[in-house]
Write a protein that binds this ligand. Structure first.
Ligand code: PEP
Ligand code: MG
Length: 909
C-alpha cells in the first residue's frame, strides 16, 4: 500500500481554509492568520501556504524540494485559479501572484517578497486588454523585474556586490536618470512609453550584470520566487535578527503564494498598514497609514511618507495630508468594522495590511502587533477594563523586557521647555536618548562597543541596518512612516526612535546632517524625544518615567498573581530604601564587606586592614573592637530602613588580597597603628597572597581560622537588632554563613552564635531576639550534601555566582576571554552568569532544595546570585519551589512580573 504523502501545501480563500490561527508552527504567522481571516469570512484573496517543515526539508536535502511538493503546489494553484476565475500564465485572463515569507515569529522586513509573479510576454497583452490600463501593467512589470532580479537572481544566489553596486541600485539609477532627463519629480509622472523603455533597459542591464536572462515564463518565476523565499531564511539580515531575538535557526519559514490585488490601479485604489490601537502609546484609537495608488512595498519600505488613516490620529507633522476616512469614507467604515471584529476575535492588538483595488477592500495580513512597553501596559489595563481579557492575561501582556523599558528614562520636561527642537518627525519609539551622531550601522556598532552612546541617523529606514539599530541608543530617519520596518523593529526593542523627520537632511558621505538651519557633524551630540517625535541639537537631561499611575495598578495585579517572594540585594541603607520603592519584600543579601568600599569607608577600611594584618588574636581583637561600632551602625541602619521586613545579613566574605594596603602612605599609617615596622606590614601583606583567592581564605573559612571575627559580627547583629526591639520597633535579621561546604562549619559557627546571643540578650535584658540562622549554598558539595546542611540551617540561599563558577569551572572574573567564543559557537546558549544554567547548575539547585526540605520541611529557600533578576531564571526558581528570589533593586519589578507570569503559566498546565 502506498504510504500517505506528507502534506506540504495548505490552501485558503472564499471563506474557507485548510489551516487556522493555531497552526503557526507549521504555516508561519502570516499563513496561519490568513487562513483564520478566511474562516472569519473577511475578504482575503485566495492563496496557498507551503509549510515551514518543507523549508526545513529543503535545506536538509541540500536545497532540493521534497518530491511531493510540485504536484501539491499545482493542485493548489488550480484551486486559486478557480476561486479567482483567472489562469496563471493564461494569455487571455492572467492571474498574478505574490510570494512572501512567513516565519513562526514575525521578523519584519528581514526576509524576501516578490510581487506580480506571472507577468511575461505571453500574459502582458491579456492583462492590458482586461484592465484597459497599459501603464498600470508596465508599472507592475518593472516592479516585478526589479524585485525578482534583486531577490531571486542576486540575493538568493549569494551574490554580495559592493554598497550601491547591487542590481536593485543599478536599476533604480536607470529610472532616476530617465526621470532627470525628462524633468519628472515623481514616479507617477512616468508615461507608458517610459515604463516600456525602462522594462527593456532593466532586462538588458540584468543580463549584462548577472549573465542570465530575466525569466519570461510564469512557472519559472513562481518556482524561482519560492526558492528565494526559502533561501532568505538564511540571508544575513535574517540570521542577525534571529541572533538578537533568540529565534532558533532551525525553524525555517513558510511561503505564502497569494492572488495579487492591486493598490496601484488608479485613484480609487490604495494600500495601507494599520494597528487596531496605537502601538507607541497604546491609545485605543484605530491607527494607521495609507498611500493612494501604491503597492504595499511603498508603505513598509519607507520610500514615500504615507498619510494618516483617520482624522483622530493626525499629528502636527501630517495634519495637511488627506486621511482615508475623508478620501474613501465607505471603505474606511468597512475597515473599522473589520478592526473591531479582529480585536474581538484575537483579544489583542492586531497589525493589519490591506489593499483597495478599484474601490474594493482586501485584507492581506493580520498579526499580533509589536508595541512599546508603555503601549503594552496601557493596552493591558484598557483591555482588562473593557473585559476583553482577564487579569491573568493582562499580566502576561507586558513582557519583563518591556517593563524594563518602562523604567527607562524620558527627556526631562522642564529642560525640554527651555530649548527649541531642530526637527520634528513621527514618535516611533518612546523615551528619550542623547548620543553622538553616526551615519552607518557599522559605525554605530563600532562606537557602541567602545562604550559610547550613539544615535543612528539615516535618510530612510532600511532593515539592513538592524545591527546598528540595536547598538544605537536612538534612531533618527528623514523619511518613512510609523509602520516602516525601522519603526517596527525599534519599537519591538523599546528603542527611542524618531522617523520621517523630513526637515533633516543627512549626507553620510560628507558626514554631516542639516537640521533647523544648523549643521551637525559626525560625533556631535543630539537628543531625541521618541515619545513626541522631537529632535534637539544638544544634550538634555533624562529623568525616571515610573510616575505613570497605571504602572502602580499593573504591579498590584502582578503581585496578586505571584507566589514567589521578591527581595533585593542591598548593601547600604540607601539601596534598601530604593529596594522598598521598587517593591522588595526584604533584603535577600546584605554583603557586610561592602561597608569597606566607597563613600565613608576610609576609617572602617583602615581598621579592617589592621585586623587582617594582625598576627595574634589579641592584636586582632583590638582592631575588631575599634571596627565594631562601624559594623553595628551599618547593620542597624539597614535593619531600620527595612522596618521589620527580613534582612539576610551575610557574614564577611572578602577575598583578603583585595584589602591588602598597597601605597607607601597607607602602609606607614598601618605600621604606626600596629606598632610594627613598614617592612613588617609589607611582609604580612605578602603572606596573604593567594594563587586562587576566589577559592581561598574567604567566607566561613575566615570565621573558622579567626573565631573572634565571627564573634564580633554576631555581636554587632544581635546588639543592633536588640536595640531596635528595645526601642519598640520590629526587625527580622537572618544570619547567613557564606562559602560553606560542610555542616560542621555551620555547627562550629553556631556554637559561637549561641553564646553571643545569650550574652547580648542578658545584657539588654531581652527574653529573645527573633532571628534565623542559615547558609549560602554556593559550593557544589554543599548542594550535594544539602540534607546535612539543613540539619543546622533554617534557610538556604543559593549563591549562583559561585555555584556557576564552580560547577562550570569558569572563573567568574575571567570569562571575557573565552565566553563570547562559547556563545557564538553555541556551546552555551546564554551567559550562565546572567541566565541560570538550568541543565547543569539547575540540577544542583533542584537537588539541594529537595534534599534540604527532606530534613527540614519548612526550610526557607531563595537565590541571591545575579541570575535572581533574570526572567527565565526566576521562572526556574518558581518551578523548583523556592520561597523568594533576590536581585538588584532596579530589577525588582522585573522579577515580580516574571514571578507572576511563571505562576500563571504553571496554573494553565
Ligand atoms: C554568589 O556567589 O552567588 C553570591 C551571591 O555571593 P558573591 O557574589 O558575593 O560571591
Ligand atoms: Mg558567593
Amino acid at each position: 500500500m502506498a504510504t500517505r504523502e506528507k502534506k506540504y501545501v495548505y490552501t485558503f480563500g472564499m471563506g474557507k481554509a485548510e489551516g487556522s490561527a493555531d497552526m503557526k508552527e507549521l504555516l508561519g504567522g502570516k499563513g496561519a492568520n490568513l487562513a483564520e481571516m478566511c474562516r472569519l469570512g473577511l475578504p482575503v484573496p485566495s492563496g496557498l501556504t507551503i509549510t515551514t517543515e518543507c523549508c526545513v526539508e529543503y535545506f536538509a536535502r541540500g536545497m532540493k524540494y521534497p518530491k511531493a511538493l510540485k504536484s501539491q503546489v499545482e493542485k493548489a494553484m488550480a484551486k486559486i485559479e478557480r476561486d479567482m476565475g483567472m489562469g496563471f500564465g493564461d494569455p487571455k485572463n492572467p492571474l498574478l501572484v505574490s510570494c512572501r515569507s512567513g516565519a513562526r515569529k514575525s521578523m519584519p522586513g528581514m526576509m524576501e517578497t516578490v510581487l506580480n509573479i506571472g507577468l511575461c510576454s505571453r500574459t502582458i497583452p491579456g492583462l492590458v486588454e482586461r484592465t484597459r490600463n497599459e501603464r498600470f501593467v508596465y508599472d507592475a512589470y518593472r516592479r516585478l523585474i526589479t524585485m525578482y532580479a534583486d531577490v531571486v537572481m542576486e540575493k538568493a544566489e549569494g551574490i554580495e556586490p559592493a554598497e550601491g553596486e547591487g542590481i536593485r541600485a543599478k536599476l533604480e539609477r536607470i529610472m532616476d536618470d530617465l526621470k532627470k532627463k525628462k524633468g519628472y519629480a515623481f514616479d507617477t509622472d512616468l508615461t507608458t512609453d517610459d515604463l516600456k523603455y525602462l522594462c527593456a533597459a532593466y532586462r538588458k542591464c540584468i543580463f549584462d550584470t548577472l549573465g542570465r536572462q530575466f525569466p519570461d515564463d510564469a512557472e519559472e518565476q513562481l518556482w524561482g520566487g519560492i526558492a528565494a523565499v526559502f533561501k532568505s531564511w538564511n540571508g544575513k539580515r535574517a540570521v542577525a535578527y534571529r541572533n538578537i531575538e533568540g529565534i532558533p535557526h532551525d525553524w525555517g519559514t513558510a511561503v505564502n503564494v497569494q492572488a495579487m490585488v492591486f493598490g496601484n490601479m488608479g485613484e480609487n485604489s490604495a494600500t495601507g498598514v494599520a494597528f487596531t490601537r496605537n502601538p507607541a502609546t497604546g491609545e485605543a484609537k484605530f491607527f494607521g497609514e495609507w498611500l493612494v495608488n501604491a503597492q504595499g512595498e511603498d508603505v513598509v519600505a519607507g520610500i514615500r511618507t504615507p498619510a494618516p488613516l483617520n482624522e483622530a490620529t493626525k499629528t502636527d507633522a501630517n495634519r495637511s495630508m488627506v486621511s482615508l476616512e475623508k478620501a474613501m469614507p465607505a471603505i474606511y467604515r468597512q475597515l473599522v468594522s473589520i478592526r473591531n471584529r479582529l480585536e474581538r476575535h484575537y483579544r489583542d492588538m492586531q497589525d493589519i495590511e490591506f489593499t483597495i483595488q478599484e474601490g474594493k477592500l482586501y485584507m492581506l495580513q493580520t498579526r499580533v502587533g509589536k508595541r512599546t512597553g508603555t503601549a503594552a501596559l496601557n493596552m493591558a489595563m484598557d483591555m482588562l477594563a473593557e473585559k476583553l481579557i482577564d487579569e491573568k492575561t493582562a499580566v502576561t501582556r507586558v513582557s519583563p523586557n518591556q517593563l524594563d523599558e518602562l523604567l527607562h528614562p524620558i527627556v526631562d520636561p522642564a529642560a525640554e521647555k527651555k530649548v527649541k527642537p531642530v526637527a520634528r518627525g513621527l514618535p516611533a519609539g518612546p523615551g528619550g536618548a542623547s548620543g553622538q551622531i553616526v551615519f552607518t550601522a557599522a559605525e554605530a556598532v563600532d562606537l557602541a562597543r567602545q562604550g559610547r552612546k550613539v544615535i543612528l541617523v539615516r535618510e530612510e529606514t532600511n532593515p539592513e541596518d538592524v545591527e546598528g539599530m540595536r547598538a544605537a541608543v536612538g534612531i533618527l530617519t528623514a523619511r518613512g512612516g510609523m509602520t516602516s520596518h525601522a519603526a517596527l523593529v525599534a519599537r519591538g526593542w523599546g528603542k527611542c526612535c524618531v522617523v520621517g523627520a523630513s526637515d533633516i537632511h543627512a549626507d553620510p558621505k560628507a558626514g554631516v546632517m542639516a537640521a533647523g538651519g544648523r549643521e551637525f557633524r559626525r560625533g556631535d551630540m543630539i537628543t531625541l524625544n521618541g515619545t513626541k517625535g522631537l529632535v534637539y541639537g544638544e544634550v538634555l537631561p533624562l529623568v525616571d518615567s515610573t510616575e505613570n499611575p497605571r504602572f502602580v495598578k499593573f504591579m498590584a495585579l502582578v503581585d496578586k498573581h505571584r507566589k514567589l517572594g521578591v527581595r533585593a540585594n542591598a548593601d547600604t541603607p540607601e539601596d534598601a530604601k530604593a529596594a522598598r520603592r521598587f517593591g522588595a519584600e526584604g533584603i535577600g543579601l546584605f554583603r557586610t564587606e561592602h561597608m569597606f568600599y566607597g563613600k565613608g569607608s576610609d576609617q572602617p577600611l583602615f581598621l579592617l586592614r589592621k585586623m587582617i594584618l594582625s598576627r595574634t588574636a589579641e592584636e586582632r581583637r583590638k582592631a575588631l573592637d575599634e571596627l565594631f561600632p562601624f559594623m553595628k551602625n551599618d547593620i542597624k541602619a539597614t535593619l531600620e530602613a527595612m522596618e521589620g521586613l527580613p534582612v539576610t545579613i551575610r557574614l564577611l566574605d572578602p577575598p583578603l588580597h583585595e584589602f591588602v594596603p598597597q601605597g607607601e602612605e597607607k602602609q606607614k599609617a598601618l605600621a604606626e597603628s600596629l606598632g610594627i615596622s613598614i617592612e613588617d606590614v609589607r611582609k604580612r601583606g605578602e603572606e596573604l597572597h593567594e594563587a586562587n583567592p576566589m577559592m581561598g581564605h574567604r567566607g566561613v573559612r575566615l570565621g573558622i581560622t579567626y573565631p573572634e571575627i565571627a564573634e564580633a559580627q554576631f555581636r554587632a547583629i544581635f546588639e543592633a537588632a536588640g536595640e531596635i526591639i528595645k526601642s519598640g520597633k520590629k526587625c527580622r535579621p537572618e544570619i547567613m554563613i557564606p562559602v560553606t561546604c560542610d555542616v560542621r562549619e555551620l555547627k562550629h559557627q553556631k556554637a559561637i552564635c549561641d553564646r553571643v546571643y545569650r550574652e547580648v540578650c542578658d545584657r539588654l535584658r531581652l527574653k529573645e531576639i527573633p532571628y534565623l540562622y542559615g547558609t549560602m549554598i554556593e559550593i557544589p558539595r554543599a548542594a550535594l550534601l544539602a540534607d546535612r546542611m539543613a540539619e543546622e540551617a533554617e534557610f538556604f540561599s543559593f549563591g549562583t555566582n559561585d555555584l556557576t563558577q564552580m560547577t562550570f569551572g569558569f572563573s567568574r572574573d575571567d570569562t571575557g576571554s573565552f565566553l563570547p567564543g562559547y556563545l557564538s559557537a553555541k556551546i552555551v546558549a546564554a551567559d550562565p552568569f546572567q541566565t541560570l544554567d538550568t541543565e547543569g547548575v539547575g540540577q544542583l539547585v533542584r537537588y539541594g532544595v529537595e534534599r534540604g526540605r527532606s530534613v527540614r520541611r519548612d526550610l526557607k529557600v531563595g537565590i541571591c546570585g545575579e541570575q535572581g533578576g533574570d526572567p527565565a531564571s526566576v521562572a526556574f526558581c518558581h518551578k523548583v519551589g523556592m520561597n523568594y528570589v533576590s536581585c538588584s533593586p532596579y530589577r525588582v519589578p522585573i522579577a515580580r512580573l516574571a514571578a507572576a507570569q511563571a505562576a500563571i503559566s504553571a496554573s494553565k498546565k
